[in-house]
Design a protein around this ligand. Sequence first.
Ligand SMILES: [Zn+2]
Length: 100
Amino acid sequence: MIDRLIKTAVQSNGKYCVGAVALDRKGGVLGYASALVDDRARRRRSLCAERRLMIVFRGVVDRIYVCRTNRSGSRLLPITVCERCAAMAAKYGVTIVTLG
Ligand SMILES: [Zn+2]
């Protein structure tokens, strides 16, 4: 799972390589997401990997593991969950676990 998470993180198109995986209550993998920066939007907006998962798997996601890597994916870097994601996680009852 961690290898897949790192591969996902490297696919991020923004400044930071962040990958996240969503798990259900039984620990089953629901899906993976990388951080996404939408350059086509009039106001450049970015979507955290963990927030994308909470939107897609709303109601079934129990916990999310998040990791940040360097561009090559060879190293894990420290990451903190942003305020918007933390607020959303609290609202939906999702536990976010950061790796690295
Ligand atoms: Zn966030």
